[in-house]
Write a protein of this length. Sequence first.
Length: 389
Amino acid sequence: MTDPLSPAGLERFGEVAAGHVGPDKIPGLVALVSREEQVHVETLGSLSVGGPPVRRDSLFRIASTSKPVTGAAIMALVDESVVRLDDPVERWLPELADRRVLHRMDGPLDDTVPAARQITVRDLLTFTFGFGMVVEMFMAAQPWPVVQAATDLRLCTLGPPNPDEQPDSDTWMAGLGSLPLLAEPGQHWMYNTGASVLGVLAVRAAGIPFAEVLRTRMFEPLGMRDTAFWASDLSRLATAYVSTTDGLQVWDPPDGQWSHPPAFADGAAGLVSTADDLLAFARMFLSTGAPALSEEAVAQMTRDQLTPPQRAGTPDAFLHGRSWSLCQSVITEGPRAGAFGWDGGLGTSWLVDPAHALVVIVLTQRVWETSQPPAVHDELQDAAYAALT
């Protein structure tokens, strides 16, 4: 039995949270810190500027915090022997067979060479299958041909989530399959797209919609009653805001893109959730997988999966000092080594530290302004660790 979080530390945790809330800061947030059975929650501010108060069960768009959930669902299929980590994916995704690779990532789409090998399930989970976001594409004076083509195909995989824009999963997959890879399978870590492809893989391997895969493998076993690809109770969904020179502006209202089932259930960034649902998901890892995953699946999802060459060249803009496991990051050095989790660019963060039995969840509705987490996330995690002593 570990020591409880200190009362003074929890008071400080609340003070830090309160310092970030305001109509010109973050309109509202839910901040949760847990150690074993002890749970402390701060609910501050409002769901929208001038709107109803945030509650513990308020819904937030968790964006890329969806990725660990997708990874866990795939690992449940691995546990069931529906798929195996080193299976070639072309069995279920023929669109990814016989890949060609761009000679230069920024080059013309027809300047390619044959891929050296097939793409595997592990490649998708580790984001090394050869397609995804790289920093250089955002620094280019003109869109790369492959980026422009992905935009024209409405894939929405090289930028922010856009559920209303994406086509159905088969059309989405055909679009991706029409494009060359940016790198050889297994060669480099590239952000985001692997999780989107995994959703399609799950559909075809399990023979049911991806939302059903998540419900049967994750949500029902763990009691995650409110996590879904859309909000059925719009009164609980926070308004999403983006910062502009004129102050906060609405990016997505409750009756916007997450108010109805999407054509494409995007495993990279599509879910809405609550703090307690994400706590239940975290506790699965702390209980070595029960009741949804095997101990081996948890071990696979919580260790560094990248080789030095795969990690080489990946800037801090994406991993900021961390490495990558299966659909989530892992901290590999320093006092928090062994902690894992991932953040969402629409305003969320999710961190689990098994060495300290610690979970920190921060849900806000303010879109990130850079690739780095806003200060509220780092400061609340620091306050949570300080409460250990």
